[in-house]
Ligand binder design. Structure first.
Ligand code: NAD
Length: 265
């Protein structure tokens, strides 16, 4: 019936790990938080920087949605458990987890430091493991299964001078499919998004000139620049009951960049 499309997210509870973003910018995690709330979910926005998460919550409140902000270091198991407990304490259930945290790298193995290797591998993988470890039992106990979306990158399959980053994001593909196999029978779906270049605060804050921005846009087959909203919409789809038959999926959201050999800066 016209007007009756229902994503099944009304009244559901979601955690977005890394749901903040600098200033009023739209990062992948902030966009997912806002769109999940617009679809009717209650959202716990978690970030290492509480002020960034709080701004996301304000943006959700401005749109009439319901959300709370929380600061946590998600490389720590007890803090991840604390986040899951906080969602249950606030809203009594847990249905969706968006594992969005990730940091970059620039160098080859020859030039990379051992310290930065360890940091990238830890931040890009451990929160995904630990948040899922604590979230899955809570999702199962909530009674409707659940959905986990892990954010990887097209660098996982098309490395381009970001070697540790690419390695960590490659592991996210395997982790997502292994989790899908392990927890499908419990009704928990696990999918993975591979974003292409997206114009987010994390990417433009260190400085990005107009030429580089244009190069990134040109790398897309459809000649458009990726936005946090593009990734957030994919998170909402995969988290919704429209994707009830979709698990273990590796979803490329890149405007076709990974099919082209054009430079993206
Ligand atoms: N922006 C891109 O072009 C792009 C491309 C491919 C993949 N990705 C991936 O998308 C994800 C989000 O990237 P983004 O550019 O949208 O960033 P974002 O704007 O969503 O910001 C990420 C947030 O995560 C938080 N964070 C980082 N480390 C944390 C930690 N240890 N604990 C808690 N919070 C932490 C940051 O404070 C920041 O607010 C990352 O996994 C990234 O690798 C981004």
């Amino acid at each position: 019936m016209i007007g009756s499309l229902d994503l099944g997210l009304e009244g559901k509870v979601a955690i977005v790990a890394g749901g903040g973003a600098a200033g009023d910018g739209i990062g992948n995690g902030r966009a997912a938080s806002i769109l999940l709330a617009e679809a009717g979910a209650k959202v716990l926005v978690v970030d290492r920087d509480e002020a960034l998460a709080a701004r996301t919550v304000e943006m959700i409140a401005e749109r009439g949605g319901e959300a709370r902000a929380m600061a946590a270091n998600l490389t720590n198991s007890a803090e991840c458990k604390g986040v899951v407990d906080a969602a249950i304490a606030a809203w009594g259930r847990l249905d969706v987890l968006d594992n969005n945290i990730g940091i970059g790298s620039k160098l080859s193995v020859v030039d990379e430091t051992e310290e930065h290797w360890d940091r990238v591998m830890e931040i890009n993988l451990k929160p995904m493991f630990l948040m899922s470890k604590h979230a899955i039992p809570a999702m199962v106990a909530s009674g409707d299964g659940g959905s986990i979306v892990n954010i990887s990158s097209i660098s996982a399959t098309r490395p381009k001078g970001l070697t540790v980053y690419s390695t960590s994001k490659g592991a996210v593909l395997s982790l997502s499919q292994a989790m899908a196999v392990d927890h499908g029978a419990e009704g928990v779906r696990v999918n993975c998004i591979l974003p292409g270049p997206v114009y987010t605060p994390m990417v433009y804050s260190p400085g990005m000139g107009a030429v580089q921005r244009q190069q990134r846009q040109n790398a897309s087959l459809v000649q458009i620049e990726g936005e946090g909203w593009d990734i957030g919409k994919a998170v909402v789809y995969l988290s919704s009951n429209w994707a009830r038959y979709v698990t273990g999926h590796l979803m490329v959201v890149d405007g076709g960049c990974s099919l082209s050999a054009k430079p993206r800066g």
